[in-house]
Structure formats: structure tokens, C-alpha cells
Design a protein around this ligand. Structure first.
Ligand code: HAM
Length: 437
């Protein structure tokens, strides 16, 4: 008999298994609460967008657009489409399409998968998830500070220590052009010290040379002319407005003159949150983008965090928490009990309880094993005897709740069962029933 081969998932695209659910759930519920606290409303946009949205929005010569997009032609109508590599362009497209900013500025947030064809490694995947916020139609710098503080609150609420804030100003296009000229002249003057990569980028993307990891080039990068020296008065005032607010809020920051970000739509404020050498979150102001995508000029600012990276940090710091567990696990033996069990389980759920009912066959012993594994608070035990008497035996599966501890069993009339369980759960320490997060 020929054995059929097993189909593997796509490299760099991960399954999120139930064991990780508690962690995801913790992040998602914390984010939802934080976004609410700052007045951001959720938006859900498609995973597939027209390719030209990203080409125009992110910039044709960015790494993402040049080599990381999953692009394809729709074989039915010839449309050129891409899996979204990020969602700022998609959110702005949707906001324009539905006139979301017509009357007043809008605060929006999103969460979902993004796709980049990168070389998979720790913290870098081909399908990864972002949670992001976009404040559309706000000139800042107050909203820049608000977005930064929103992230800060999120790290605090998640219990993540030592996430470091780096900020910079990219100024405006003409200021960047003047800086670029000065930078090229400077680097040309040190041509003999540049590595091959840097020489290749000298005219196409000199700013990226400053990002070099090559130790031999650190000094050149460090002494290169800084964009800050080319900023005009308005750009400088914007940056000062941001840093003043951060100081007022006791938010430490580190000005990183080499922080340039990898997308073309940014101007003025850019920022990143970094922990353990990995960037958890990046963002900034993108005033030109709305106009670039066909809308009326509308200054805007936002950020996106990498979910997998934040979760990894939570794991490293042992901040996982426990997953939700059911209130009851219904075990049963015998034909009559099997029929009653399914009705009892429904009635318990009607009362708001989370119930797992044993399905299929199996003796009491193996059913109790599964009940224990489910981490349910109570086993509801039904044998034909109980059914004949109209009762169920309720057995506590978590120790330390009474003098007899684990193993204590009580016979309860079926009509009183839900109230009995609810009463017992109310007596438990609050964090036990829901996994303590
Ligand atoms: P980004 O810096 O390209 O910005 O991505 C934001 C975050 O997504 C990164 O800091 C990182 O945590 C995570 N990330 C990026 N690529 C990967 C990957 N291959 N695997 C795992 N995580 C990854 C943006 O996408 C902008 N749209 C952010 C923004 C919103 N700017 C303004 N508004």
C-alpha cells in the first residue's frame, strides 16, 4: 500500500497552536482595552490589496516593495494583487474610500497577519502579525506623543520591563534632499573605507549605509553629517514639541540620529520600541501618504507592533499566564446517563457555565483523566444510578477548597446543579476559574 506524503506548512508561516492561545488572548485583550482607553476604533481591511497601493505608498525602491512582496496576477481578470506586507497603506486606502476622515480626524486600529518574503529567523517570519494604530488627520506633535504613550501603557499593562524608546526626526523631503547631498559627498570622501554593500548604495540609498552592521564602518557612520543639522525651523519645533511632551510625561527617550525606518512615507517624527536587540514596534508620522494615495493632504501618524516579537518577550519573562479552563467536565457511564449528560451540559451552558462534555466511550477512570487534563473546576458525574435518582455527583477537581480537599463528592439534584456550581465557583479565589490573567 503506498503511503501518502504529509503536506507541510509554508516555510516562515507558523501555526498558532492551542497551547499558545492564552498568550495571544492576553495580548489581544490588553490591546483592545488600551485602544479603547485612547479612543481608537477598530478597522478590518482585506489581506489582499492592489499591488500598486504598496508600490505607490511604501516606495518603489524600498526593500519591502523591491523584494519582499507576495505579488500575483489574478488569473480570472488580470488584476495585479499583493498580500499586504503592512497595513498603513491599506488603512489609508479604506479611509479615503469610505470618507472616514471627511468630517473630522479619525483614530483607527487594526490587528492581523502581514506577509513579507524575508529569510525566516527568530523574530522574522514570512507571515507575521501586527497590531497597529493610525491617527489620520492630526498634525501633531501631541498625537505623536499620544501614540507613544499608548505603546508605553501597553508595555506596562503587559508587564514588559525595559522596552526602550528611540526617536528621531526625518524632517521634510527638501531637508532630507539637502542632507542626502551632504552625506553622499562625505561618504565619497571616505570611499576607500566603504564596504562593497555601501559602495553599491552610495547613490541609491546612502541613508541605509548609516544602518551598517559592519564594525569597520561604525566610525564613518557615527561621524557622518546628521539630518538634524539640516532641519528647518518648523521641523525642529515639531521635534522639540514632542520631546517636551515626553519629558512632561516622564517618558524616557533616546534620540537615535540613525533611525531612518524602511518605508518611504515617513516624515518628521519616527520612533521605535526596542527590547533585547529586537524592534518590537515601529512607527512615525506620514504626512505625505494620504495625498500620495489620491486624497486631500492630511497629516497622520501611527505605529505597528510585531505580535510574535512581543509574545516572545512575554515568554522570556515568564509572563505567559494560564489559558482559560472550563468550569465543568461532564463524565457519564451507561446509556441512560449518556442521554441525560448532553441535556445537563446544555442546561449548565444556559446558566453561563463553560462545559466540556465527554464524547465517545470510555470508563470512568479514563474520563476522569481527561477531566483532570481539561483543568476543569468540577467533574459532573452521571451514572445510571444518578439518573434514576435525578441527581448528579459533583466532584471538585481543584484541591484546597474544603477540608476534604480533592476527591470530595456531593450529590446534587439536577434542577439545582447550575446554581450549586455557580455558588461554589463564586467561593473560589477569583483568578482560578479563568486562568489568572
Ligand atoms: P515596520 O517597522 O515595517 O512598520 O513593522 C512594524 C513591526 O512589525 C516591526 O517593528 C516588527 O516588530 C514587526 N515585523 C516586521 N516585519 C516582521 C517579520 N518579517 N516578522 C516578524 N515581525 C515583523 C510598519 O509596518 C509600518 N506600517 C508601521 C506604521 C504604522 N507606521 C505608521 N503607522
Amino acid at each position: 500500500m503506498s503511503k501518502v506524503d504529509r503536506i507541510q506548512g509554508v516555510r516562515g508561516m507558523n501555526d498558532v497552536l492551542p497551547a499558545d492561545e492564552a498568550l495571544w488572548d492576553r495580548l489581544e485583550s490588553t490591546v483592545a482595552a488600551t485602544m479603547r482607553a485612547y479612543g481608537y476604533a477598530r478597522i478590518r481591511t482585506p489581506i489582499v490589496e492592489p499591488t500598486r497601493l504598496f508600490v505607490r505608498g511604501l516606495g518603489e525602491v524600498t526593500d519591502i516593495v523591491e523584494k519582499e512582496m507576495y505579488s500575483f496576477v489574478d488569473s480570472l481578470n488580470g488584476d495585479e494583487l499583493s498580500l499586504r506586507p503592512e497595513n498603513t497603506a491599506g488603512v489609508v486606502r479604506a479611509a479615503l474610500e469610505h470618507n472616514l476622515t471627511y468630517e473630522s480626524p479619525r483614530r483607527l486600529w487594526y490587528a492581523g497577519p502581514m506577509f513579507r518574503h524575508e529569510r525566516p529567523q527568530k523574530g522574522r517570519y514570512r507571515q507575521f502579525h501586527q497590531i497597529g494604530a493610525e491617527a489620520l488627520g492630526f498634525a501633531g506633535p501631541d498625537v505623536d506623543a499620544e501614540l507613544i504613550m499608548l505603546c508605553r501603557r501597553l508595555w506596562d499593562d503587559l508587564g514588559l520591563p525595559q522596552v526602550r524608546l528611540e526617536i528621531n526626526s526625518l524632517g521634510q523631503a527638501d531637508e532630507r534632499a539637502a542632507h542626502r547631498q551632504a552625506l553622499i559627498s562625505y561618504l565619497e570622501g571616505h570611499r576607500d573605507l566603504l564596504d562593497e554593500d555601501a559602495r553599491r548604495r552610495l547613490h541609491s540609498n546612502p541613508l541605509r549605509i548609516l544602518d551598517t552592521k559592519n564594525p569597520a564602518m561604525q566610525e564613518i557612520a557615527e561621524n557622518a553629517p546628521r539630518l538634524a543639522e539640516f532641519l528647518g525651523e518648523a521641523s525642529r519645533a515639531h521635534f522639540d514639541g514632542l520631546t517636551q511632551r515626553l519629558r512632561d510625561l516622564n517618558q524616557p527617550y533616546h534620540v537615535n540620529h540613525r533611525l531612518v525606518r524602511g518605508l518611504d512615507y515617513y516624515n518628521l517624527t519616527v520612533f521605535e520600541w526596542v527590547a533585547d536587540g529586537l524592534t518590537l514596534c515601529g512607527g512615525g508620522r506620514y504626512d505625505p501618504l494620504v495625498e500620495m494615495l489620491g486624497g486631500r493632504a492630511s497629516p497622520s501618524c501611527g505605529f505597528a507592533l510585531g505580535v510574535e516579537r512581543v509574545l516572545e518577550l512575554l515568554r522570556q519573562h515568564d509572563l505567559v499566564g494560564e489559558g482559560a479552563s472550563p468550569d465543568c467536565y461532564v463524565v457519564h457511564q451507561g446509556d441512560a446517563a449518556a442521554h441525560t449528560a448532553i441535556q445537563v451540559a446544555e442546561r449548565l451552558r444556559d446558566a453561563g457555565l463553560d462545559v466540556v462534555m465527554h464524547c465517545g466511550s470510555g470508563g470512568f477512570k479514563s474520563q476522569f483523566k481527561r477531566a483532570d487534563a481539561s483543568r476543569a473546576a468540577f467533574a459532573i458525574v452521571l451514572g445510571d444510578d444518578e439518573v434514576a435518582k435525578g441527581v448528579a455527583a459533583v466532584k471538585s477537581l481543584r484541591g484546597g477548597q474544603d477540608e476534604t480537599g480533592k476527591g470530595e463528592q456531593q450529590s446534587v439534584a439536577l434542577e439545582d446543579l447550575a446554581d450549586f456550581v455557580l455558588g461554589r465557583l463564586a467561593d473560589e479565589p477569583a483568578d482560578d476559574a479563568n486562568g489568572g490573567i
